[in-house]
Design a protein around this ligand. Sequence first.
Ligand SMILES: NC(=O)c1ccc[n+]([C@@H]2O[C@H](COP(=O)([O-])OP(=O)(O)OC[C@H]3O[C@@H](n4cnc5c(N)ncnc54)[C@H](O)[C@@H]3O)[C@@H](O)[C@H]2O)c1
Length: 352
Amino acid sequence: MPKLKLGFIGTGSICQECHLPHYAAMPDVEIYAICDIKPDVAKAVAEQYGVKRVFTDYNEMLRLDEVDVVDVCTPNDVHSPAGVAALDAGKHVLVEKPVARTAAEAQALVDAARTSGKKLQVAHCIRFQPGNQALKSFVEAGEMGDIYYARAQAIRRRGIPAWGVFIDKEKQGGGPLVDIGVHALDTTLWLMGFPEPVSATGVTYRKFGDRPDVFNAWGPWDYKNYTVEDFAAGFVRFRNGASLMVEASFAANIGQNIFNATIVGTEGGCEMSPPRMYKERNGTLLDVTPVSLPKVDIYEREITAFLDAIVNDKPVPVPADECLITARIMDAIYESAQSGREVRISQTGGTV
Ligand SMILES: NC(=O)c1ccc[n+]([C@@H]2O[C@H](COP(=O)([O-])OP(=O)(O)OC[C@H]3O[C@@H](n4cnc5c(N)ncnc54)[C@H](O)[C@@H]3O)[C@@H](O)[C@H]2O)c1
């Protein structure tokens, strides 16, 4: 079987550190084309991997019939247009998280994948942690019973990104909620089985990001151009009666960073960090901790699963229609934060 030919759009940090090295180690694929709007970045990456086809405009790269698979690792504003263009050009697509800036952009990706019949996977790598895989298997075996409450948290004490465009609302769509909260939210919703959200209420604050006098563990950042929230919280109600709290922050006065997903059910509960299940047996409370979890690279796992879905025509493990639900929730939280009211979430897109 001929090797799958890969094209990359956006070859910055995540692409160089967590995507390209894994593809390069795989025998059945070829890193065929590279595109980055920064010519020096594209050139350096192309030289490192011996890639001859180098572009600064992804539309030109997508004209290459030879490219089978496109990996989108740009800032969030380019996820949807580049992903849709790649799907329309007949390529399979892996797109970095969050799926897009808004639910409308995510919907465009989902529609393009349906029309093209090509695979579209979102790079929610946290699902591939062995502890999370174990928790998911416990949930599916009914160990939690009826899940009626959950909590998703991604809170840094002082971790304002000092590089990239993570503090630019126009490019990212939001701040910690869409950048790190989305990881915790995706894991939590996945463990819950993606129930249908019906409403959300939310708040956002900017208390540190635009101030010059704040200590940041990650060094100086561009506080003058900080346009996103630095704290967001939301409360979500689902049609099945369950509810969820999400909290995300780049800077908050708390004791230590928190990155967690908590599930509360009638037969048990569980947490992601560290992976643990909480049960009752014969009148005794039990904490169940997985041991001997394999040490894996979650990015290698995610890429292997994506390629497996393409080669063996299987469903992708992180479908964009699940991420569309997450995007609707985040849209509603931001809208509620603006309006000060609870926002109803439409099943077909947008808020009502
Ligand atoms: N899965 C994870 O754990 C994880 C971790 C970090 C970042 N990410 C995601 O990866 C994406 C990129 O983050 P990063 O840290 O690599 O950012 P980065 O700024 O280091 O890299 C992004 C690259 O995209 C390029 N780019 C921008 N617009 C482009 C366009 N129109 N066409 C081609 N190239 C373009 C930039 O020049 C840059 O080189 C973000 O969406 C982020 O949320 C995911």
